[in-house]
Design a protein around this ligand. Structure first.
Ligand code: FAD
Ligand code: MLT
Ligand code: ZN
Length: 482
């Protein structure tokens, strides 16, 4: 590789002509991506919504190399955008357009350091893919429950930094609940080793939680100790058609009481969301005859096989009688269950193909969901007659992806203006009901301007103080979250 500081286009490099040489000394040839074509995948997000520039993509091999890179960036005040699998939905991993922000990819930090089935724990580096963690747990007869449509591409570091949620939160919690320890490189290059594999540790502030959900603004997460669970050997899956969202809210409460811990997923989608998938994702078909206003995909799981299917049949039989379900299809094979999950997990892709989505990732008390949907639907229809609402999500944990789909050819200025007015209608209502404007995707650059409207001044101030304490030079992911 020819190292020429003049080809290093960013403002940071101009101020520090020796920066590239120093980074090269830290990570070697294999750790630097300078070629614009090779850089391209790091500069655009999964949704295709944000496009950035960078002087260099740095790919450290391990924690020591990450520490060396961060020490250089701290000293030279070089801004750093950490990137895992680049599947984030809020633009958190995309550098800005200045060309000054270095991208630090964790892709090469992909070792599984330790598997401890007796302690039900697994220690992995940040760049390990979520699907690899599933496989490593299964190899020793254990289970890691975080489950996302992006699991073949997203990384454990990204899951931690966004506090990812997904489809099993109602049973196992979100990423924050699934982590025992964290290792992170601080913005000044020092390494904090918090890789404790303990379920009890009351020795002061629990610093791992600072990094979980911090979206790359406080340091680089380099490794984590994850909690493992018994491997479910039996699963029972069903599709339900219902005539209202109120009915589905009642259904999830009924299934929770009836099936207890065995209820692991309760996903919801409106008829419009299902229609999008059927139109835009190949090899899909409607699971029920006739249209229903809302649909649910429900899964039970257990470490013992006995009676799981009977339990599902009985509980759904009672739901049909009570009117919480209009029609039900129970899967007779894993192939049928996979076909149903394909319908649910195809919504993100179908949306990208069908239009320009104004995305809302909201959390509400489950008891407030039906009222919210009725009120927000009416308000959106009044604001924008004929509006296409794509409402789906993790109803069992109170998280809706309550999106509005605008035509693909909507001009950028119109899209931006509409986003602001639609956000206002949705987020103000969510806030009034004690909800959150981001349940699982994070703030990133998508909701950064929205955040101060809904956080108290004190909460904002405390967040700023934490940021200042850990990152005094303000180099970690500038322009995101805060
Ligand atoms: P990236 O996109 O690379 O980064 C995300 C954020 O984390 C950025 O701010 C980045 O700076 C920061 N970051 C990444 N790695 C590190 C690190 N090592 N240290 C510090 N900061 C870091 N999300 C859900 O929660 N639930 C879902 O159900 C879900 N389904 C999805 C389905 C599809 C089809 C897709 C494309 C995405 C989905 N997502 C979902 C969103 C996304 O997959 C998650 O947010 C995931 O956790 C991001 O991981 P990543 O490795 O791709 O992170
Ligand atoms: C999902 O639940 O499918 C995701 O969080 C992705 C999305 O909102 O598109
Ligand atoms: Zn989701």
């Amino acid at each position: 590789m020819t190292l020429n500081a003049e080809s290093f286009a960013g403002a940071a490099a101009a101020a520090h002509p020796e920066l590239l040489q120093r980074l090269h000394a830290a990570v070697g040839d294999a750790g630097l991506v300078l070629d614009p074509e090779a850089q391209a995948p790091y500069l655009r997000d999964w949704l295709g919504k944000w496009q950035g520039r960078t002087p260099v993509v740095v790919r450290p091999r391990d924690t020591a190399q990450t520490a060396a890179v961060m020490a250089i960036c701290h000293e030279t005040h070089t801004p750093v955008v950490t990137q895992g699998g680049n599947t984030g939905m809020s633009g958190g991993a995309t550098p800005d357009a200045s060309g000054a922000q270095l991208v630090l990819s964790t892709a090469r930090m992909n070792a599984i350091r330790e598997v401890d089935p007796m302690n039900n724990s697994l220690t992995v580096e940040a760049g390990v893919l979520l699907a690899q963690v599933h496989a490593a747990a299964a190899e020793v007869g254990r289970f890691f429950p975080l489950s996302l449509g992006s699991e073949g591409s997203c990384t454990i570091g990204g899951n931690l930094a966004t506090n990812a949620g997904g489809i099993a939160v109602l049973r196992y919690g979100n990423m924050r609940d699934l982590v025992l320890g964290v290792e992170a490189v601080l913005p000044d290059g020092r390494v904090w080793n918090g890789l404790r594999a303990l379920r009890k540790d009351n020795t002061g502030y629990d610093l791992r939680h600072l990094f979980i959900g911090s979206e790359g603004t406080l340091g680089v997460i380099t490794a984590a100790v994850l909690k493992l669970y018994p491997q479910p050997i039996a699963r029972a899956t069903a599709w339900i058609g219902a005539d209202s969202i109120d009915a589905l809210v009642a259904l999830q409460a009924h299934l929770r009481s009836y099936c207890g811990e065995r209820l692991v997923a309760f996903e919801m989608m409106s008829q419009a969301s299902l229609a999008l998938v059927l139109e835009h994702v190949t090899a899909t078909r409607a699971p029920l005859q006739g249209a229903h206003a809302f649909h649910a995909l429900v899964e039970l799981a257990d470490a013992r096989a006995d009676g799981l299917l009977d339990l599902l049949e009985q509980s759904l039989g009672a739901a049909l009688e009570a009117g919480w379900a209009q029609d039900v299809a129970i899967c007779a094979s894993t192939a049928q269950a996979s076909a149903l999950w394909k319908l649910r997990e195809g919504i993100s892709q179908a949306q990208v193909r069908a239009g320009k989505a104004v995305k809302h990732d909201i959390a509400l008390p489950i008891s407030a969901i039906a009222g919210f949907v009725a009120d927000a639907d009416a308000a959106l229809r009044a604001l924008l007659p004929g509006v296409r609402i794509v409402n789906f999500g993790h109803l069992g944990d109170g998280n809706l992806h309550y999106n509005v789909l605008l035509p693909l050819d909507t001009p950028h200025a119109e899209y931006t203006a509409r986003t602001a007015s639609l956000n206002r209608v949705v987020h103000d209502r969510v806030h009034a009901l004690g909800g959150s404007i981001s349940a699982e995707h994070g703030i990133g650059q998508l909701r950064r301007e929205e955040l101060p409207r809904y956080k108290s001044a004190l909460e904002f101030e405390l967040m700023m103080r934490i940021k200042q304490a850990l990152d005094p030079n303000q180099i970690m992911n500038p322009g995101k979250l805060l």
